[in-house]
Design a protein around this ligand. Structure first.
Ligand code: CA
Length: 754
């Protein structure tokens, strides 16, 4: 049913799409059903979420009762370090502290993977993005879904043991750049740890889901969000946060796993220069930021540098590695007008996990100007380079270069483009700094640059297979039009990039580019980190696809945006198996075994950054909807995955257009400044958030109540009364009605033609 209207192509998918993410996105039809009737105001302290449902399920084959769960979940550092002694489990986020996402299990392998089928599925009842890596221990699975909800499941049967809902205020979605996602829990000594979208950290009783303690990790007046999975090192729960697009100051905090007491906090960027620095590492950082004598105060905007996803840990060196994010705003000419590298943006930090003191740092993108985060997945491995065994850390951050560093010293070993890169001509190995392409500076005029803010690789986890020696990268080639905003002013609670989005369409057309002709390509790339080049590449039909798992069975598993779930030969890249799950996949798979039988699990539910503004016509949700599910496969399972029952409806006849052309044009501008990041460019919405053209006619009468009065705030649609007035809203409505008529007419014509 999506007609030509859906074929906008890559500028959207690659440009604004991945870039804008789902900023300020309301939650649409993914009802926050358990949200309190009176959600707290943003800024008010969160209420205690209270007890979870009690354990209610028992599998006759494996008696999973409270005492069993408590005993099974006694995970500690020694156990994670010896994870290969219990290969049937997935004990930590990347299975091991090295975060290789490699499993020694090989019952499912390159000779028999064709016999894989569905063992069980669990319906999360959600239709937005699912990104979690489940933790699996002795037959119990812990995963997270939208709104930071936790699911404890019987890993053999899918039976629900308990669920936990932190009751995130729906309107907090306005502060989430990239969907209301969560990337998973940590399990430690009988407890499950999860961080909520609105910045709280919970310790739950693993047996029951009851809250043992919770702490607030943020200042509730500041638009922080947490989507990342906590890591637990030496008894410290370590968690960062996100929000750089809105203007926050990044930090990472360690809490005592037992008590929730704060042990240390590391700020990734300096604060007010008039005040003493919070820790010594900020003295060096302070020298790399400058107001240039202007009125701009980066510390009031926040500076960014949020550590919202990746960490890895080396127990021998006792160093935890943390990736930091982009600058706030993106545009360095308004962020730090006096220039400078702006430490520690876009960096890999090596910290002592007990004290928070920094051993070394490496900045991938000094003076970041493009939203080039270095929060992407980091992998620790031992590689033989030039005849010497090296303990390395590897990362493919957004900026398009694949980095190999000595993880003891931070020495740069190699940095080579793994994607199409035009912002820099390479990395100077003498200085370790990129050689920027001055021809593509967007200071004075808009420029199309590779990669875009969606990165050549975003958070989707990579995998490293020690048998093949290859790193597998879920990446995409995409560009973006960066456009210095001459009128930029900081706006609280909104996107602050220093780039102009409200005139995006005009800029694109002004550059003589054909919007509909632009296409990006999603790829799975096998990269040899020693030879420093790709070994094989698989192109996907969709641009944004899932994270990775590799196994001793010589396999790489990956889901795609069109709902396929693949097994590839890890050595050659040959496609050995695939199944149409009928739900787009972005999450990384994991594997485990129960009673000696190996399973492959993946969460299906497309979304995340860019979902709202990606017009990729091949995405599964155009045909099947986006019902979130945990899908678990085994040899001899059902070869078909049942079809979810959500379908996209038809566009109902819109109300008559009564507004002037000027009003519609004004509404288009407001829409693209405030609404498009969630509801879609040119009013073509994603599945996961209401496509406004499909609104029931009665909704048009409620625009003011929704947008200004906030009557749907509990479902995720906050009030925008601070940004829009009644006339603006009327004009936005006129613009939506205009677009709805265009598409309604096409729909009706198509029906007549059938
Ligand atoms: Ca960002």
């Amino acid at each position: 049913m999506p007609g030509k209207s859906r074929h906008f192509g890559w500028i959207w998918a690659g440009g604004l799409a991945l870039v804008l993410g789902l900023a300020a996105c309301d939650q649409g039809t993914d009802e926050q059903a358990s949200a309190p009737a009176e959600a707290p105001e943003i800024g008010a302290p969160a209420e205690d979420a209270g007890p979870a449902d009690v354990v209610k399920a028992q599998d006759p084959g494996l008696i999973i009762d409270s005492s069993y769960i408590t005993a099974a979940t006694q995970i500690d550092g020694n156990r994670v370090q010896a994870a290969d002694d219990e290969p049937h489990n997935w004990l930590a986020h990347g299975r091991t502290y090295s975060e290789q996402r490699y499993s020694p299990l090989d019952e499912i392998n390159d000779t028999n993977v064709g016999g894989l089928g569905l063992a069980w599925s669990y319906d999360t009842g959600t239709i937005r993005g699912l990104e979690a890596s489940p933790i699996v221990v002795d037959g119990i699975m812990f995963a997270t879904g939208t709104w930071s909800k936790v699911y404890a499941l019987n890993a053999k049967t899918g039976e629900e043991l308990w669920t936990f809902d932190p009751k995130v205020p729906g309107e907090w979605a306005r502060y989430a750049c990239c969907d209301v996602v969560n990337r998973g829990v940590a399990v430690w000594k009988g407890r499950v740890y999860v961080a909520s979208l609105d910045g709280r950290l919970f310790a739950l009783d693993a047996a029951t889901g009851n809250v043992v303690w919770q702490v607030d990790t943020i200042d509730r007046k500041t638009p922080y969000t947490i989507t990342g999975a906590p890591r637990i090192i030496n008894g410290n729960v370590i968690i960062g946060n996100g929000g750089a697009e809105y203007g926050v100051r990044g930090y990472i905090t360690a809490y005592d796993a037992e008590t929730g007491n704060q042990n240390w906090r590391f700020f990734t960027v300096p604060g007010d220069p008039e005040k003493p620095v919070e820790h010594p590492e900020l003295e060096a950082a302070m020298k790399t930021w400058s107001t240039g004598g202007t009125e701009h105060k980066w510390w009031e905007v926040g500076g960014g540098g949020t550590a919202w996803d990746s960490m890895a840990y080396d127990p021998e060196l006792n160093l935890i590695y943390v990736g930091t994010g982009n600058g706030a705003p993106w545009n360095r000419w308004v962020r730090s007008p006096g220039g400078g590298d702006n430490l520690y943006l876009s960096s890999i930090l090596a910290l002592n996990p007990d004290t928070g003191r920094m051993a070394w740092s490496y900045q991938t993108t000094p003076g970041d100007n493009w939203d080039y985060t270095a929060t992407q997945h980091m992998i620790l491995a031992e590689l033989e380079i030039d005849g010497a065994a090296r303990k390395v850390i590897m990362q493919a951050p957004k900026n398009g270069f694949f980095y190999v560093l000595d993880r003891e010293t931070g020495e740069l070993i190699s940095a080579d483009a793994y994607a199409k890169v035009t912002w820099a001509k390479g990395i100077d190995m003498e200085t370790g700094r990129p050689i920027e392409n001055e021809d593509l500076s967007y200071k004075d005029e808009a420029q199309a640059v590779f990669p875009g803010p969606g990165g050549a690789h975003n958070w989707y986890p990579m995998a490293f297979n020690p048998n093949t020696g290859l790193v597998y990268i879920p990446m995409h080639d995409q560009d973006f039009i960066y456009n210095n905003d001459p009128d930029y002013q900081f706006t609280e609670g909104e996107w602050n990039t220093g780039n102009s989005f409200s005139t995006f369409v005009e800029v694109y057309e002004g550059l003589g580019l054909d919007i509909t002709a632009q296409q990006g390509t999603g790829r799975l790339k096998a990269w040899d980190p020693v030879v420093k080049q790709e070994v094989w590449t698989k192109d996907h039909v969709t641009v944004v696809n899932g994270g990775l798992l590799t196994t001793a069975g010589n396999l790489v598993f990956q889901g795609s945006g069109d709902g396929q779930f693949f097994a590839f030969n890890a050595q050659s890249g040959e496609t050995l198996w695939s199944v149409n799950t009928k739900t787009g996949i972005i999450a990384p798979p994991v594997t485990y075994a129960v009673d000696g039988e190996q399973y492959i699990a993946v969460m299906a539910g497309w979304g995340g950054g860019g979902a709202a503004t990606t017009f990729d016509p091949k995405l599964a949700h155009h045909e099947y909807g986006n019902d979130g599910r945990m899908l678990v496969f085994k040899l001899g399972g059902d070869p078909d995955v049942p079809q979810p029952d959500n379908y996209r409806p038809e566009i109902p006849e819109p109300p008559a257009q009564e507004a002037s052309a000027e009003a519609i044009a004004d509404g288009k501008k407001h829409y693209h400044r405030h609404c498009a990041v969630c509801h879609g460019l040119l009013a073509v919405g994603p599945y996961e958030i209401p496509d406004l053209r499909y609104s029931d006619p009665s909704m048009y009468d409620a625009y003011e109540d929704i947008v200004l009065e906030g009557i749907l705030k509990d479902t995720g649609m906050a009030s925008f009364a601070d940004a829009l007035d009644a006339e603006d809203v009327a004009n936005v409505k006129a613009y939506i009605i205009s677009e709805a008529w265009t598409y309604y007419d096409k729909q009706e014509d198509a029906k007549k033609a059938e």
